[in-house]
Structures are given as C-alpha cells and as structure tokens.
Design a protein around this ligand. Structure first.
Ligand code: UDP
Length: 246
C-alpha cells in the first residue's frame, strides 16, 4: 500500500513496516539523505501554528502515520486499511538492520544518563551495533549545538536518531542535514527514555487497540495539557476538511 495522501494539507506516506524499511535501504544504497517524520496530531497542529515546522513536515522524505489520531483521520478520509506505524518500532527495525549490516549509527538526544543507559541497553540487544557517535540533547547554546552536529557528521553515520522532542528534533535535523551525506534521520521523541528503561511502553492491550496515547497521558499527566490544547482542534479540522480522493 505504498501511497502518498494528504491530511490537512500535509503529506502522509501510507507504507507498511516492510515498505518503510525498503525505502530506508534504498536511500542508504543511493547514499542520499532521508528525513523520517513520525507523524501525530500534535505535530500537525504545531505545524499549522509554526510555519517553519509546517514546511519541514511538508518536505520530509518519509512521513509515517505514528499517531492513532492520524490513523483515525485517514480511515475517515477513505483509507480504511491504514495502520499505525509507531516510530519506535520502525527505529528498532532500523537498528536490527544496522546490526546485521554493520551500519554506522549515531544518537543525539535525551538527558546524559538516559542516553548512556539507552546506548548500553541497545548494544546488549544488538551485539554488533556500531554506535559511532552519541551526545545528550541538552546543548547549552546554538554554538554548542552546531559543534555537536559537525562532530556527529564527521563520524559519517548511516543512521542518526534524534531525540529532542517535537519540534526541536525536526528543526535540528532540517538545520544540519546538509552536513551529512547518505544519512537516514529519524526524530525519535521519547524512544531513548524507553530504551534506557526509564519509561515503559504501553502494555499490549493499549498497543493493539491504538490507545498508546491514552496510556501515555495517564502515566505522564503533564501531557494532558498538551493533548487538550491540540487534539480537539485536530478533530474539528479533520471533520471540516474535504476528504482526500482515495
Ligand atoms: N529532550 C532533549 N533536549 C531538549 C528537550 C528534550 O534531549 O532540549 C529529550 C527529552 O529528554 C526526551 C525527549 O527529548 O528524552 C522528548 O521526549 P518526549 O516523549 O517529550 O517526545 P515527544 O512527545 O515530543 O515525542
């Protein structure tokens, strides 16, 4: 089902897990950069309010339906077979591929101790994984940020996971992408918190029923404010929008 559709003027690529991986391997073979956005409703609403983020979302090479709200909206628009493709699961598949193909992986983001533990856990899980560069996500100045990006690029990663939260990670990737060549970038949000063991993914029931978001806001109540600021507006906009032609 590889197809590009529009959701509220943003492109979404309807790809299965395997098709996404295929797109990634093609990009690696062609030595081109590929920015992967793991889309959720919050990002779309932030993109409407922030033109810089909006433009990045529209120009990313691969935009996958990560959020349950995105899946709901697309099914409502006439794509009943759309399934969630969680960014953390795609990233884990990419790491597995990196492990078996000896790809060079870099990771930028999260608190220093979280990053350290996440990298240790990932190396235990993928024993041949080459993490050629890692740096925490709390850079103190834009000069520092730029130096980290340059140092990261000097390590010529095939895959760069950026965990700075939205919209920081998308902007970071967009700003520094030109320093890299043949790199697959994924904005992975809170995935390092999960890989470090600091946080847990939702139990299987929530994943199966597309309710991971509900688990996240109940286990991290500070998210409620963020969700309530954006979700109702997203639902209204989707309900008022003209369906894309399937
Ligand atoms: N983070 C970071 N630098 C910052 C802000 C956030 O490294 O300046 C990290 C934070 O520690 C966490 C991740 O970015 O590991 C964001 O996680 P969150 O679950 O909030 O991501 P989102 O909900 O945006 O996907």
């Amino acid at each position: 089902m590889s197809q590009t559709v529009r959701l509220l003027s943003y492109p979404v690529h309807l790809v299965s897990h395997d098709e996404a991986l295929q797109r990634i391997t093609q990009s690696l073979a062609a030595k081109t950069n590929l920015h992967i956005v793991t889309l959720n409703p919050e990002m779309l609403m932030q993109g409407d309010a922030d033109p810089e983020l909006g433009a990045i979302l529209r120009s990313a090479g691969l935009v996958i339906p990560d959020g349950a709200g995105v899946v709901w909206a697309l099914r409502r628009q006439g794509y009943p077979d759309v399934k969630r493709l969680p960014g953390i699961e795609l990233s884990e598949a990419v790491l597995l591929h990196a492990d078996s193909c000896q790809l060079r992986v870099a990771i930028v983001g999260a608190a220093p101790e979280v990053l350290e533990q996440a990298c240790l856990n990932l190396k235990a899980r993928y024993p041949r994984l080459q993490i050629v560069f890692q740096h925490h996500g709390f850079m103190t100045s834009s000069r520092d940020e730029q130096a980290v990006a340059k140092e990261c690029a000097d390590h010529r990663p095939d895959v760069l996971l950026v965990a700075l939260g939205v919209p920081k990670q998308e902007k970071w990737i967009h700003q520094y992408e030109h320093l890299f060549q043949g790199t697959v970038f994924i904005g992975v949000g809170g995935s390092l918190d999960i890989w470090s063991g600091l946080k847990q993914r939702a139990p299987a029931f929530f994943l199966k029923t597309n309710l991971e978001w509900l688990y996240r806001i109940t286990s991290e109540p500070w998210r409620i404010k963020r969700t309530y600021r954006t979700l109702p507006l997203f639902v209204v906009k989707v309900c008022l929008s003209k369906p894309d032609q399937p």
